[in-house]
Write a protein that binds this ligand. Structure first.
Ligand SMILES: [Ca+2]
Ligand SMILES: [Ca+2]
Length: 256
């Protein structure tokens, strides 16, 4: 038996190895091609879905536009054509005051309503201006009646508190002050100095007041004050006690 030469055997081994290498390369290329095809298919699918979505959105927008057009066409016009005749407002009453205020000067209610700017109002020296009103906080103490007389002499009256804002403003002061509220005519029927009844929905009594206590005065307590023990709510007191007081009067408008 003849054996094959050694050189021939080595050549066969090399051919076999070369063939295996080629097969592996072909396999890798095939796998790569399949991957590329899969990715391409996914991208194309995604783009198709987006395209369909956009087409649906456009269709919806077109339908809404058609609906709005039909609504506008069918609805009768709500805006009436402008009239050529323009309404005119009455001119506000204007009062020019160039001199300093006198104790008897007052302004008309209409003027006070028109001008709300504090800088448009002036008060006499010693009075404080707030919201078109002048307030005088007395330094002397007197009975309620005498305090009221002094306020009237100054062109005002004891203060009438007719808003929460006014109460908040006045309670910033420290002291005991008479205010213009009394039930001396009829017990329990509280009236302001201008004769108007107390609005029961706008009172600032301390929670135990008014109690008409006849401790200091057997006649009871018929006059209102604010500032008992530093508490700036309202208390009824004997009108004979001497306290400071708050006078009030309208400010003078100085704006044109
Ligand atoms: Ca009383
Ligand atoms: Ca009391």
């Amino acid at each position: 038996m003849m054996s094959r030469p050694q050189k021939y055997i080595e050549g066969e081994a090399l051919d076999s190895q070369h063939a295996k290498s080629n097969n592996a390369l072909k396999l890798r290329v095939a796998v790569l091609v399949v991957c590329v095809l899969l990715v391409s298919a996914l991208v194309v699918t995604y783009l198709l879905l987006e395209l369909l979505k956009t087409r649906d959105m456009l269709r919806n927008l077109e339908m809404k536009q058609e609906t709005v057009k039909a609504d506008v066409t069918e609805r009768p016009p709500e805006i009436k054509p402008c009239s050529t005749v323009q309404p005119t407002c009455p001119e506000p009453e204007v009062k020019i005051i160039t001199q300093s205020c006198s104790p008897i000067q007052t302004t008309s209610p209409q003027l006070l309503e028109i001008n709300t700017n504090d800088s448009c109002y002036k008060c006499e020296e010693g009075w404080e201006q707030h919201g078109g009103k002048c307030y005088y906080f007395s330094t002397k103490s007197s009975s309620w009646n005498k305090s009221r007389t002094e306020c009237i002499t100054k062109g005002g009256d004891l203060v009438k508190i007719d808003s929460s804002e006014e109460q908040i403003l006045l309670q910033k002061k420290n002291g005991k002050f008479w205010i213009g509220l009394t039930d001396s005519a009829v017990e329990g029927r509280w009236l302001w100095v201008d004769g108007s009844p107390l609005n029961e929905r706008l009172t600032f009594w301390f929670f135990t007041e008014p109690n008409n206590m006849p401790v200091q005065d057997p006649d009871g307590e018929d006059c209102a004050m604010m500032g008992h023990n530093g508490i700036m709510f309202w208390f009824d007191y004997s009108c004979k006690l001497t306290l400071r007081s708050i006078c009030e009067k309208a400010a003078v408008a100085v704006c044109v």
